[in-house]
Ligand binder design. Structure first.
Ligand code: AMP
Length: 578
């Protein structure tokens, strides 16, 4: 029997999910109708000649597929303060700033209350399914969540990251209480102006409420790993704070000091318990499980560009299961995880047919993934199992037939709604001439090469890449930060292995005839990727939404500068030398 909590009946949520997924085709038609009716006064739609029609075929005939670039002129008018009905009937008053780390620069996308509703809907759905398998009775969550700076655009619109817009919604706390996922840190910590200090306070709150913590989470898994790497550095200060009931001087922000003073009391007994637990760990294995004895799982987005952090996260989590959360973007939500027992590597995201209108562009290998043939999207219920697609979304916040740039694979159906595996971002990462390597190809190469490091009990803390075409022939540069010092011999082996692990025929054939030069592995100083994170935070990103850019474009001068200034060693591959 699933429990009822005020304002949230889990059985009902599951029933509703069953209903809409059984009838996904009809629900999609209905959802499109509602979006188009609600926004019939939008200038964008009016100019396209829909003339009040709301059926999928007319929509497809009249409305073009677009990317962010085509919508930018409309979005820029809103940013500049034009409050007419541009993309939506009701003027947009808030913008989300997407993290931008995957595409080089942050971009503005519209945000409205309807998107908040879909957020609550998706959180409720995944919680209801999660709670069937891993019931949470009462308690708190240690959530490493941070609000980014909120600012006003030139024309006076409020802007912040999508997660910030969610956290700042007055209904957020109520929703989280209903989901028993209330953050154990006070609001001041989430909204603190300095993320290092907020992170320290999150950790401290987690320890103070360690017996009540039911799960440990963040929006993206990177942030959880980052938090416990920080814990390794600062744990003695945390324990001292708890012992004496006095907050370390490293926290200087008055609002944080004030909020923490209300919950931090001298507790030598707890300090001793924590210290003993930490001393008993071997290389921090099982840290999360030890510190939070009642935690049921670790939770956050763990697929796609987060997969490289899973190994470290498992190490910290010990026996606690890792549960990936939902699938969405600043532009809108897409799908939810209703199979929480699957490990993140095999996670399936089931599309919620009532939160947006979805189309899918088949990725045809024969056409080559990356050549721009006129795409022919299919509807949600027409997708085929085993096929890869690029997702196209139509949202209640004014995006119509918007190419999200994500590639997913259909793994099956939940009733009649597809279950997706996230594959990769569609953009190519590394290319010099006929070679084509994606984010996933790079991840696999790094995983393969880092096995040599594992033999030395070392690991890749983080990585990125770029192409260097300043000399002919151009070559790939892979940048690694590693957890300790590896010998020249091992790193040379890693470098050769990276070169050999890009198996795309365009790459290997170009390497053989030296149309692409020897791959270069650059090892950077400890803390380099932290500097990159800080750079993005400075641009308005939120730590919890941060994704390390896996390829740095030549236009990203600042990140290239950070990388170049921190190189400690360079290796060139000899893998293709005769
Ligand atoms: P943002 O720029 O922060 O809005 O990031 C949105 C992007 O993050 C999506 O377009 C995906 O590429 C990625 N993303 C979001 N959720 C997931 C997920 N569950 N698995 C893999 N990637 C995800």
């Amino acid at each position: 029997m699933l429990e009822k909590v005020e304002g949230f009946n889990m059985e009902k949520v599951i029933e509703e999910f069953e209903e809409v997924t059984k009838d996904a085709g009809r629900v999609q038609i209905e959802t499109l109708r509602k979006i188009l009716e609600d926004n019939s006064e939008a200038e964008y739609l009016q100019n396209l000649g829909l003339n009040g029609r709301t059926d999928p075929q007319s929509f497809k005939n009249c409305v073009p597929l677009v990317t962010h670039k085509e919508l930018e002129p409309y979005i820029n008018r809103m940013i500049d303060g034009d409050l007419s009905s541009i993309l939506t009937s009701k003027p947009i008053t808030t913008m989300s700033l997407s993290s931008g780390t995957t595409q080089g620069k942050p971009k503005f996308v519209p945000w409205n209350d309807e998107l908040f509703e879909t957020t609550v809907q998706i959180y409720k759905t995944s919680f209801a399914f999660r709670n069937k398998e891993f019931p949470i009775t009462s308690g708190k969550a240690l959530s490493f969540i941070y609000s980014s700076k909120q600012f006003k655009t030139k024309g006076g619109l409020a802007a912040g990251t999508a997660t910030t817009n969610v956290f700042r919604n007055s209904r957020y706390t109520v929703a989280m209480q209903a989901l028993k996922s209330q953050c154990c840190s006070p609001e001041e910590v989430i909204f603190g102006p300095d993320f290092h200090q907020s992170l320290y306070c999150h950790l401290l709150c987690g320890l103070i409420f360690c017996d009540e913590v039911q799960f440990v989470s963040s929006t993206f898994a990177h942030s959880i790993v980052h938090s416990f790497r920080t814990f390794e550095q600062v744990w003695e200060d945390l324990v001292a704070d708890i012992r004496d009931g006095v907050l370390t001087e490293r926290v200087t922000v008055p609002s944080l000091r004030n909020a923490m003073s209300k919950i931090l009391k001298p507790d030598p007994n707890l300090a001793n318990i924590i210290q003993t637990k930490i001393m008993g760990l071997s290389n921090w294995y099982g840290l999360i499980q030890e510190l939070f004895p009642n935690a049921k799982y670790v939770y956050g987005i763990m697929t796609g560009s987060m997969e490289p952090y899973l190994k470290k996260l498992r190490h910290y989590a010990g026996d606690l299961p890792l549960l990936t959360s939902d699938y969405g973007s600043s532009e809108g939500w897409i799908a939810t995880n209703v199979n929480p027992t699957l490990p993140p590597e095999s996670a399936l995201y089931t599309v919620l047919p009532q939160i947006g209108y979805f189309e899918f562009i088949p990725q045809n290998k024969a056409d080559s993934d990356f050549i721009d043939v006129e795409p022919q999207p299919v509807g949600l219920t027409q997708v085929k199992v085993g096929q890869e697609y690029e997702i196209v979304i139509t949202t209640p916040a004014g995006l119509y037939r918007y190419r999200l740039g994500d590639i997913v694979k259909v793994m099956g159906f939940y009733n009649s709604s597809p279950q997706l595996k996230f594959v990769r971002r569609s953009s190519l990462l590394l290319t010099i001439n006929i070679d084509k390597n994606t984010e996933k190809d790079l991840q696999l190469a790094v995983e393969e090469a880092s096995k040599f490091l594992a033999e030395e009990k070392l690991e890749v803390v983080d990585y990125t890449s770029y192409v260097d075409v300043s000399k002919d022939p151009g070559h790939y540069v892979i940048v690694w930060e590693i957890s300790g010092e590896a010998s020249e011999e091992v790193l040379s082996e890693c470098c050769n292995c990276l070169d050999k692990s890009f198996v795309d025929a365009g790459y290997t054939s170009s390497r053989k005839v030296n149309c692409i030069g020897a791959l270069e592995l650059r090892v950077v100083r400890h803390g380099t990727f932290q500097k990159i994170l800080e750079h993005y935070i400075g641009l308005g990103s939120a730590v919890s939404q941060f994704k390390t850019p896996r390829c740095v474009g030549s236009n990203n001068a600042k990140v290239l500068q950070i990388l170049n200034e921190n190189v400690v060693n360079k290796y060139f591959s000899s893998a293709f030398n005769n």
